[in-house]
Design a protein around this ligand. Structure first.
Ligand code: NAD
Ligand code: UGA
Length: 476
């Protein structure tokens, strides 16, 4: 079986960093170099203090600690690393295009193309190029065309292109990588597929390594995310119906999830899906469907995203309604800004849209998150943080003028000081263990708890004299 001795990964982000760290950890005989054009990111990956890695993932520090300095390197010397590699992973960002053809839906492939051109320029000998980024189906065609022109320009260089999408979820990246449900490899050259399968076979059982053609592999990644997101929009749509009818979405989820054909996972109703990929990948699928003349299929998938956006606006709207129809000048605490627990990632976090809606209404938001930096929240809200007001002081000048403000809170207790309500938007474990009796005394009464993640114990909240709204809970 062909054996790989040197791997280069272009892109040291949420996928490139953890994925390569696990490959290096499990394959001590393979030199793995992760490169990026972002010097600050590379410096952070090289920081001696493992708590300063640029990506927060439980268990990542231990894996990087074992492999870094042995067979795992992080560098900005992109050409050098490509030249030394038998296999190059492309793991760069593929965000939704913001302008031009397909703006708002199609993936922006400029970084992927730049990588293909850089590989074409710098590779030596035979190089297997692996698409790790999530890409529109048939992207490999463009990569192959760029590499073919490099082959044609002479020398003894040759290339094979594989698709090997990544299915890890943030927050569980290390267990997902160490024990994947499956590894998918799409390609045309059996030797290249074998070479990549051989890398994974150091820790992944053979039967979990699936081989397909290139296009099936590329499309399976978009489809997997679309199916997962569809489940969330489905349960969120039912949550709204539960609230209107007296049913409870947790009971409905349990009742349907015990049907082995449906299964229990991904049935938690909440403030809608966030993260860098679900929306982007579905919109990409929608764009592809329209491109290939399938407008009805496009509309079907687009509704999954529309329902998600609706859910976020719906939650902001109902907060305003419950607070006597106005939140202008009122202090509201937001617990959780990350798009899910155990990550510092806020990309497309539901908290962004909900907070923006409330700011628009003139609310004063105290925002707490155990991992997200205040600077990130300011960027996401396009609004710098204000000074935290004194709990005793009345509405500030800004609030009287109707302008929304926000400030970061270092603790849950500080966030709830003087607040009329608290919204729980991320399911951090620490929010499951709050002392509501103590917290209630800090809030202005009558005070509301809006639990969009089903983390609180309703009995404790009620015992503390607080009003409670839980996602998908109708009044019996
Ligand atoms: P990211 O933005 O965190 O990282 C991408 C990195 O690539 C950045 O650091 C950027 O500086 C670097 N980069 C861009 N162009 C470069 C170039 N020409 N040369 C060198 N470096 C370059 O992105 P991510 O979250 O790691 O996602 C990467 C891909 O993986 C995307 O296609 C995404 O859809 C997919 N994906 C992401 C996840 C996830 O959980 N984040 C999971 C599965 C798949
Ligand atoms: C998701 C997929 O789960 C990964 O398989 C995929 O590789 C990745 O996207 C990607 O391509 O980027 P991720 O976005 O990191 O992973 O996290 P998820 O656990 O899927 O959660 C996504 C969003 O859905 C979060 O906002 C989460 O809170 C929400 N969610 C999830 C729910 O609201 N309810 C659920 O039952 C599950």
């Amino acid at each position: 079986m062909p054996s790989i001795r040197s791997i280069c990964c272009i892109g040291a982000g949420y996928v490139g960093g953890p994925t390569m760290a696990v490959i290096a950890d499990r394959c001590p005989g393979v030199q793995v170099t992760v490169v990026d054009i972002n010097q600050a990111r590379i410096d952070a990956w090289n920081d001696a203090d493992l708590s300063k890695l640029p990506v927060y993932e439980p268990g990542l520090d231990a894996v990087v600690g074992r492999a870094r300095g042995r067979n795992l390197r992080f560098s900005t010397a992109v050409d050098e690393a490509i030249a030394a590699a038998d296999m190059v992973f492309i793991s760069v960002n593929t965000p939704t295009k913001t302008k031009g053809l397909g703006a708002g839906q199609a993936s922006d492939l400029r970084w992927v193309e730049a990588c293909a051109r850089q590989v074409a320029k710098s590779a030596t000998g035979h190089t297997i190029v692996v698409e790790k980024s999530t890409l529109p189906v048939r992207t490999a065609e463009a990569i192959k065309a760029i590499l073919a022109s490099a082959e044609a320009s002479g020398g003894d260089r040759s290339f094979a292109v594989l698709s090997n999408p990544e299915f890890l979820a943030e927050g569980t990246a290390i267990p997902d990588l160490e024990s994947p449900d499956r590894v998918l490899i799409g390609g045309e050259h059996p030797e290249a597929i074998d070479a990549l399968a051989c890398v994974y076979s150091h820790w992944v059982p053979q039967e979990r390594i699936l081989r397909t053609n290139l296009w099936s592999s590329e499309l399976s990644k978009l489809t997997a995310n679309a199916f997962l997101a569809q489940r969330i929009s489905s349960i969120n749509s039912v949550a709204a119906l539960c609230e209107a009818t007296g049913a409870d979405v947790r009971e409905v989820a349990r009742a349907i999830g015990t049907d082995s054909r449906i299964g229990p996972k991904f049935l938690n109703a909440g403030p809608g899906f966030g993260g860098s990929c679900f929306q982007k990948d579905i919109l990409n699928l929608v764009y592809l469907c329209r491109h290939f003349g399938l407008p009805d299929v496009a509309d079907y998938w687009e509704s999954v995203v529309q329902l998600n956006t609706w859910q976020q606006h719906r939650i902001a709207r109902l907060v305003v309604q419950k607070l006597f129809g106005t939140v202008t000048g009122k202090r509201l605490a937001i617990l959780g800004f990350a798009f899910k627990a155990d990550t510092n990632d806020t990309r497309e976090a539901p908290a962004i849209r909900i907070a923006k809606d409330l700011l628009e209404e003139g609310a004063q938001l105290a925002i707490h998150d155990p991992k997200v930096e205040p600077e990130q929240i300011a960027r996401d809200l396009s609004l710098p943080a204000s000074e935290a007001p004194n709990a005793e002081s009345g509405p500030t000048r800004a609030s009287l003028s109707g302008e929304g403000t926000w400030w970061p809170s270092a603790s849950v207790a500080a966030a709830l000081e003087g607040a009329d309500s608290v919204l729980i938007l991320t399911e951090w474990n620490q929010y499951r263990q709050l002392d509501w009796t103590d917290l209630a005394q800090r809030m202005r009464q009558p005070a509301w708890v809006f639990d969009a993640r089903s983390v609180v114990d309703p009995d404790q909240v009620h015992a503390a004299g607080l009003k409670l709204w839980r996602i998908g809970e109708g009044q019996p």
